[in-house]
Design a protein around this ligand. Structure first.
Ligand code: SIN
Length: 187
């Protein structure tokens, strides 16, 4: 693990398809032993307090991994960017240190790039079980019906799901949970 560069930020949800932050470099990245799950309520972006939407968090999964995008932040800007992101992700997420496996730049399938990977220390936003917006597991049909009904200041919850799915497809990443939810929305 290279601890000399503290400015890698890992996105696995909206931070993949709408980073809206300045960055120096962007790489496909993988975190081992975590999996992406629609187990977090959104009451401020993709839902409202009275009809929350569902957004992703990371759940421990010893035999799985989660692909996303790692952004290298300029050291001079990192504190300000993270302060802004703390606001954006204030719906129950906290910063978590995480080991990131960086891969070659987008445009090439991640699976073909494992040999060229490099591990660095990074940060991500995590919605731990028990946070005030933690929704937890539910059958995929139930999650789909909650997503279909929810919309918030950042747009329709279904668009979050479809934009995430499209971004993962563009990275050639297969995520069965996301794909099952897209199917539950009617494609
Ligand atoms: C992330 O994108 O990494 C965090 C969850 C979200 O904002 O969707």
């Amino acid at each position: 693990m290279d601890r000399t560069d503290p400015c890698w930020l890992f996105g696995y949800g909206s931070l993949i398809f709408r980073p809206a932050i300045p960055f120096v470099e962007r790489r496909p990245a993988r975190v081992r032993a975590w999996t992406r799950r629609f187990w977090q309520w959104s009451t401020d972006h993709r839902g409202e307090p009275w009809r929350p939407g569902r957004v992703v968090t990371l759940a421990p999964a010893p035999d799985d991994c989660c692909w996303g995008i790692a952004y290298r932040l300029a050291e001079t800007d990192a504190a300000a960017i993270l302060a802004d992101l703390d606001m954006r992700e204030r719906g129950g997420y906290v910063r978590m240190e995480i080991e990131l496996e960086l891969h070659a730049p987008a445009g090439q399938a991640p699976d073909t790039l494992v040999a060229s990977s490099r591990v660095v220390a990074g940060l991500t936003y995590q919605g731990w079980p028990g946070n005030r917006n933690y929704a937890g597991p539910a059958p995929i049909d139930e999650i789909a019906s909650q997503v279909i009904q929810a919309t918030g200041p950042s747009g329709a919850n279904a668009d979050y799901v479809r934009d995430l799915d499209a971004a993962l497809n563009a990275l050639a990443v297969e995520d069965a949970h996301v794909a099952a939810l897209v199917a539950g929305l009617g494609g």
